[in-house]
Design a protein around this ligand. Structure first.
Ligand code: ASP
Length: 332
């Protein structure tokens, strides 16, 4: 697995690829914090190893000169359509009652936002979220209303519970023990952030949520400010892991606000993770849950941080698309 240091070395950072920190702030103390991982657009960063194929598509879109918004939508659609991915779109883990219910959100550089939650039978919730953003005066549609809206918009209905996942769920239902696990193979949301050549930011976040969740449970991914936040003047952030923790700390919004206040994207992710740890690590239920954040500033500064080891992200920049091990707070 590529380490972050090796990756940065491969990219030749420290030389021409590094941008000079822009003079954004009058306060020199704040200016000193603007550091490190600055890249030239187009840049795409996304969660987990399924981010690699998503980034490939997003970068292809950006290289054609298309918008960051189109890139994030098309990038995550690759993962939504993959029945062998069990945490996003078709083939996702069902809830405790055997229903695959999807959550997704999308934001553009103007701060426009769309989301769907508790959506069934539609392979591409991210595209429905985009329709909510562009075709309605609302931000979020849920459940049956979201499904009816999708059908009216021309989306096809399709069963999302694949035979393989139905079998796995039936086996689970024999004992029906609900134990959210950390970092288990191929489980987790895709959050993808992109910066295009016009320096427009966009973000998309899509998931089938926690495996065997309580029916009706909605996670952080469709909640603007929790699973995703984009401010086109500042930066973008997205999240994966135990959604309740990002929801209770409004983590993606917090990260963008920290960047606005002069923190680097990396520092902002670290502070947001520490916020969760400081507030909830005494709570036995929350202590061993994973959360991973990614951030991308308007100036091409990137950040990634998690509570526990194991979080990985895919970074596509300078013609490379590489899986990187994130740093984390609790190094067990
Ligand atoms: N954040 C997602 C949720 O809580 C799940 C994940 O990323 O694993 O629904």
């Amino acid at each position: 697995m590529a380490t972050r240091r090796k990756f940065l070395h491969n990219l030749g950072l420290g030389s021409a690829a590094l941008l000079t920190a822009p003079k954004l702030f009058a306060n020199q103390e704040i200016e000193k914090r603007i550091i490190k991982n600055q890249f030239l657009p187009p840049i795409v960063i996304s969660t987990w190893s399924h981010g690699i194929p998503a980034n490939t598509e997003a970068i292809r879109v950006l290289k054609k000169g298309d918008s960051a918004l189109n890139a994030v939508e098309k990038g995550v659609r690759v993962v939504e359509a993959d029945p062998d991915n069990h945490s996003v779109g078709i083939g996702g883990f069902p809830d405790a009652s055997g229903h695959v219910t999807l959550d997704a959100s999308i934001m553009d550089h103007k701060g426009q936002a769309g989301a769907v939650c508790y959506l069934e039978d539609i392979v591409h919730p991210i595209s429905v979220a985009r329709k909510v953003m562009e075709e309605t005066p609302h931000v979020m549609l849920s459940g049956v209303g979201a499904l009816e809206f999708a059908i009216k918009q021309g989306f096809d209905r399709q069963k999302l519970l694949t035979p393989k996942m139905e079998k796995i769920w039936c086996k689970w239902a024999e004992t029906a023990e609900y134990k959210p696990e950390v970092n288990f193979e191929n489980h987790d949301t895709i959050g993808l952030l992109a910066l295009d050549k016009k320096k427009h930011l966009a973000g998309a976040c899509t998931t089938s949520g926690m495996a065997y969740k309580l029916p009706g449970r909605v996670g952080d991914s469709p909640i603007i400010g929790a699973g995703l936040f984009v401010d086109g003047e500042v930066g973008a952030a997205t999240a994966t892991g135990m959604g309740e923790l990002m929801m209770k700390t409004v983590g993606s919004f917090l990260i963008v606000e920290l960047i606005r206040n002069g923190y680097s994207a990396q520092e902002a992710c670290e502070i947001a993770i520490k916020r969760i740890w400081d507030r909830y690590s005494d709570d036995q239920d929350s202590k061993y849950f994973q959360v991973g954040y990614l951030a991308l500033s308007k100036d091409g500064d990137i950040g990634a941080y998690a509570i526990l080891p194991g979080f990985q992200y895919a970074l596509a920049v300078n013609g490379e698309n590489i899986l990187v091990d994130s740093d984390c707070l609790i190094k067990e």
